[in-house]
Design a protein around this ligand. Structure first.
Ligand code: CA
Ligand code: CA
Length: 343
């Protein structure tokens, strides 16, 4: 089973949404809805509850597991343990182009670099404070790394305090490979989560509660943040660029009755603060938790959706990556990586 900490992170993110914005369904606008039928389970039983998946310039697929392994997918479809990070708090990963390193967000330790030579800490502090709750990372064309931080105020283990406060404590950071320093790019984000680079490298998309925003890397006369897509039919986790320039976003499906329960309670914040265990009763995060993935065009419209409301093939997808005609799916609820042929 995934650790209580990891579920806590996801729950915090999901429940914080309830306090931030009302749920709005855009299901009626979806042009093409499919199931995950035909999904192949790669390494079932050996991939320990992965949150994210990435592919390097040589076409090698990677994932980071709950027990700290960085695993590589081999040509025969089996996984190989590559490097061990002594951590149970690994979240988003990405690869770098020039040196083909793997960059890993460790929500306790900060930003890590994994190469054939081993594991090193790239960044553990930002403007004098400890870098914690790093959730996802992407490399820009100039070699900078853009990193999301979900909450600056509360430690990951105290996620529920961030939840009950319901204020935007998330950030987007930038790691400068020349100075090796981390700076703050954006503040005031609601539980910042997935981050991706556009096909032409001119903007990053950062996902937070119910929406994703676009941040132009060369500002010019553009604002520092614009809405990329809002009113998503679920809470966004990881986002990955697709080969055609659109984006795959994994969504955590809401429990509508739980939303109503939280919204109808005048004293919900106080109640949850006093009884954080109630969060677990409001949300369905077990094996039956729904999976949902959407494909969003570069101009911010949903153009495709995959749904598994009863978790028949896969549950609780946290990352979807398209590579060579297949969608690779990581799920913090599953002990495999899903491979779904796209038709
Ligand atoms: Ca990611
Ligand atoms: Ca995440």
């Amino acid at each position: 089973m995934p650790s209580g900490f990891m579920l806590a992170c996801l729950l915090a993110f999901t429940l914080q949404i309830f306090f931030s914005l009302p749920p709005v369904s855009s299901d009626s606008l979806l042009p093409m809805i499919s199931t995950f039928q035909g999904l192949i389970k790669l390494g079932e039983g050996v991939v320990n509850y992965p949150e994210d998946v990435a592919v390097d310039r040589n076409g090698v697929v990677y994932t980071a597991t709950r027990d700290g392994w960085i695993m590589r997918l081999q040509n025969n479809g089996t996984w190989k343990n590559w490097k061990l990070i002594h951590s149970q708090t690994l979240l988003g990963i990405t690869t770098t182009k020039e040196k083909n390193n793997l960059i890993v967000c460790d929500s306790d330790k900060g930003l890590l670099k994994v190469s054939e030579n081993g594991v090193t800490v790239l960044a553990s502090h930002v403007t004098g404070s400890k870098l914690r709750f790093a959730n996802d990372v992407i490399e820009a064309s100039d070699g900078s790394l853009y990193i999301t931080v979900s909450s600056t105020k509360f430690a990951p283990k105290a996620y529920y305090l961030d939840l009950v406060e319901g204020e935007p404590h998330g950030q987007l950071l930038r790691y400068d490979p020349s100075s090796k320093q981390v700076s703050i790019v954006l503040e005031g984000l609601y539980f910042a989560n997935g981050v991706a680079l556009s096909k032409h490298g001119d903007f990053v998309v950062v996902c937070e509660s119910w929406k994703c925003i676009k941040h132009w890397l060369k500002l010019g006369d553009k604002r520092d943040r614009e809405i990329f897509i809002e009113n998503l039919p679920g809470g966004p986790d990881n986002i990955n660029l697709a080969p055609d320039g659109s984006f795959w976003i994994s969504l955590i499906k809401m429990n509508s009755s739980a939303v109503e329960t939280v919204h109808s309670s005048k004293n919900r914040k106080q109640l949850l603060e006093e009884h954080p265990e109630l969060i677990n009763q409001l949300m369905s995060t077990g094996k039956g938790a729904a999976a949902k993935v959407v494909k969003v065009s570069a101009n911010g419209s949903i153009i495709r959706e995959f749904n598994d409301p009863n978790a028949k093939n896969i549950s609780f997808v946290t990352s979807a990556l398209e590579f060579q005609g297949n969608l690779y799916l990581a799920s913090i609820n599953s002990n495999f990586i899903g491979k779904l042929p796209l038709k």
